[in-house]
Design a protein around this ligand. Structure first.
Ligand code: GDP
Length: 197
């Protein structure tokens, strides 16, 4: 799929204030610093669209980006950033849960995990919660350029095996790099296919 148009629409913390209408929404989530903003910029080909920052955990906002005037990329706040403190964490969790469970336009959630790291308890717990609630999701492995070929495959296999302990059926997954655009066509092709169905 070609992205010919990508524009920022609105940021807010209130799900009821998200844009009206029925355009499908593809939301992106992950721990702070996982590479979410970079991925959104890479997918859309717009460098400054999502704010990348050296200060992780800063934003508590739901950001809507209108793509090709027909669907949205939704940038959800990063979870699991301890420096926000307990109250901040709970607030984020409430925003995230409300969006995911109540937003009818939410078509697929992309859960980002860093391809270099061991499966993290917080991500596994989040994925389990998605499964329990019947939320359609896919996994996106990020920063694959930081690994040598063989390591990518073994890390992904290891992650999937870990998920397999919880789930009989594995979710779709994508291996990506915002540095070299790995996985871009696959991920956008996946969205295009769902939009067609
Ligand atoms: P966010 O907090 O999840 O939005 O993460 P960012 O997109 O701001 O990225 C966090 C850091 O990881 C930044 O220093 C990025 O330059 C770096 N980064 C993000 N994606 C990649 C990638 O695919 N490859 C490499 N090498 N670095 C990345």
């Amino acid at each position: 799929m070609e992205i010919t148009n990508a524009e920022f629409v609105i940021s807010n913390t209130d799900v009821t204030k998200c844009p009206g209408g029925t355009f499908p929404e593809y939301a992106f989530i992950g721990r702070s610093n996982v590479g979410k903003s970079s991925l959104i910029n890479m997918l859309t080909g717009r460098k400054g669209l999502a704010m990348t920052s050296a200060t992780p955990g800063k934003t508590m906002l739901i950001n809507h980006f209108l793509i090709n005037k027909s669907w949205y990329i939704v940038d959800l706040p990063g979870y699991g950033y301890a420096k926000r403190g307990q109250k901040g964490q709970e607030q984020i969790q409430r925003i995230i849960e409300t969006y995911i469970l109540q937003r009818e336009q939410m078509t697929n959630l992309f859960v980002l995990v860093d391809s270099r790291h061991e499966p993290q308890a917080i991500d596994l717990a989040f994925i389990e919660w998605l499964g329990e609630n019947g939320v359609p999701f896919a996994i996106v492995f990020t920063k694959a350029d930081k690994l040598k070929g063989g390591r990518i495959n073994s890390n992904i296999r290891h992650y999937l095996e870990k998920l397999h302990e919880q789930w009989e059926e594995l979710p779709p997954y994508f291996v990506t790099s915002s540095e070299n655009r790995m996985g871009r066509d696959e991920l956008l092709g996946y969205i295009e296919q769902i939009n067609k169905d």
